[in-house]
Ligand binder design. Structure first.
Ligand code: C5P
Length: 395
């Protein structure tokens, strides 16, 4: 189940050029599992028609407080009844001003004033409008009223100027909303993770690595941050985007990963070793590219890498340690043995064929209470379930 499953989101679209992105936002929220109901201001409907939102969400789109489709003519109240969030994207400077002052002169602003659910805005405007003291005053007022503000970002604007005021991209907004809905089970906790493969150089262009994509570790970093933790992620060479709010340290080799972990572990309450650390590295990395010599084979001498997880778990005052075990067979037996050997309270086991490199994973959690199997699911959902599990153990 996604965090969006069963969530009713009323999406308000006000009159800015970023309204075209709101169409994709409506689609992405629906794809994530939310039930999306769109309300356009008159300005919003000048940019994109209600029909577009109706087609994308499968629900009627609304523009008029006097719309007779709503029974008892109470559209301004009933649309947000039972809603989990009123999300205004784009939120123009004008709409922010109205929301900050409790004005209610159209369907969207009336809904905002009459709502029982939380309200979030995604500002979108020209950089000078954003920097204007009046907008900044309104922004401060919205925050003081407990309204969530997602963005804006800085960058090229529709008017050709560059600066602060661009609306976040639809998927960034979906990530913000997911974080907003996530219970803050790890509030006040500091989490340190490793993720991805390591790369152990043989020469300047070659090395030993593995097929870890980093997806599981990044999903866990995201889930921990969404749950309110302060997260530091030590990442091997992967092409994953940094999750919002996560402090990322990029490394290549196991030794670099170990150093980065040891430099940060004293602040951590939780350490999660998700990385597929190479067990061995070439004894010597050649300074120059190795040349093919003759027709015979070649022998490479390997030396063992330190076990980062075991080292952290053996510290005098260790954080709560969580290990991963990717096995190709005998998962229960190997995982239990690994948990005992590395002395970690929680070990997440999976069969490589169930997870490595893919978007889904199926894992089994091993702790003192025994084994706890999670259903196959996208890695983000598996990560949320793992967080819920260890947050209970921490509590
Ligand atoms: O022994 P194995 O590599 O299967 O153990 C996997 C677990 O140990 C993972 O949590 C992994 O991140 C961690 N590990 C480590 N340093 C190593 C090898 C594994 O932290 N050198």
């Amino acid at each position: 189940m996604s965090i969006f499953t069963g969530k009713r989101i009323v999406l308000g679209i006000s009159g800015g050029i970023a309204a075209y992105k709101a169409a994709d936002l409506a689609r992405q929220l629906g794809k994530a599992g939310a039930d999306v109901h769109c309300v356009l201001t008159e300005g919003g409907a000048h940019f994109v028609t209600p029909i577009t939102f109706q087609a994308l969400t499968g629900n009627p789109a609304w523009t008029d407080a006097w719309d007779s489709r709503q029974s008892r003519n109470m559209a301004h109240i009933e649309l947000t009844r039972g809603a989990d969030l009123l999300l205004v994207a784009p939120a123009t400077a004008d709409v922010m001003a109205k929301l900050a002052h409790g004005m209610a002169d159209d369907l969207l602003t009336t809904l905002a004033l009459a709502r029982e659910c939380p309200l979030a805005v995604c500002p979108a405007m020209n950089r000078q409008m954003w920097e204007n003291p009046a907008t900044q005053r309104n922004l401060a007022q919205l925050r003081a009223d407990g309204i969530a503000v997602f963005g804006p970002a800085s960058g090229e604007q529709a008017c050709g100027e560059v600066g602060m005021g661009r609306m976040l991209e639809p998927l960034e907004i979906v990530a913000e909303v997911a974080a907003f809905f996530t219970p803050k089970r790890l509030a006040g906790r500091k989490v340190l993770l490793t993720a991805g493969p390591t790369f152990e150089p043989l020469d300047p262009v070659r090395g030993i690595t593995n097929i870890s994509s980093g997806k599981m570790g990044f999903a866990l970093a995201r889930a921990c941050a969404d749950a309110g933790a302060e997260v530091t992620l030590v990442a091997g060479p992967v092409s994953q985007p940094t999750p919002r709010g996560v402090n990322r340290i990029d490394v290549q080799t196991a030794l670099q990963m170990r150093n980065a972990v040891l430099a940060n572990v004293m602040h951590a309450d939780v350490f999660i070793g998700v990385a597929a650390v190479a067990d061995y590295r070439p004894a010597d990395a050649a300074e120059h590219k190795l040349k093919k010599t003759g027709s015979g084979g070649m022998t490479i001498e390997l030396v063992q890498n330190p076990d980062i997880l075991a080292e952290v778990a053996a510290l005098p005052n260790p954080p709560f340690c969580i290990g991963f075990a990717a096995e190709s067979q005998n998962l229960d037996e190997y995982a239990a043995a690994k948990r005992a050997k590395k002395r970690v309270p929680l070990l997440v086991g999976n069969l490589v064929q169930d997870g490595m490199g893919g978007d889904d994973n199926r894992v089994v959690l091993f702790d003192d209470a025994g084994r706890h199997e999670l259903p196959q699911a996208p890695k983000d959902e598996v990560a949320q379930a793992i967080v819920a599990h260890f947050a209970r153990m921490l509590a």
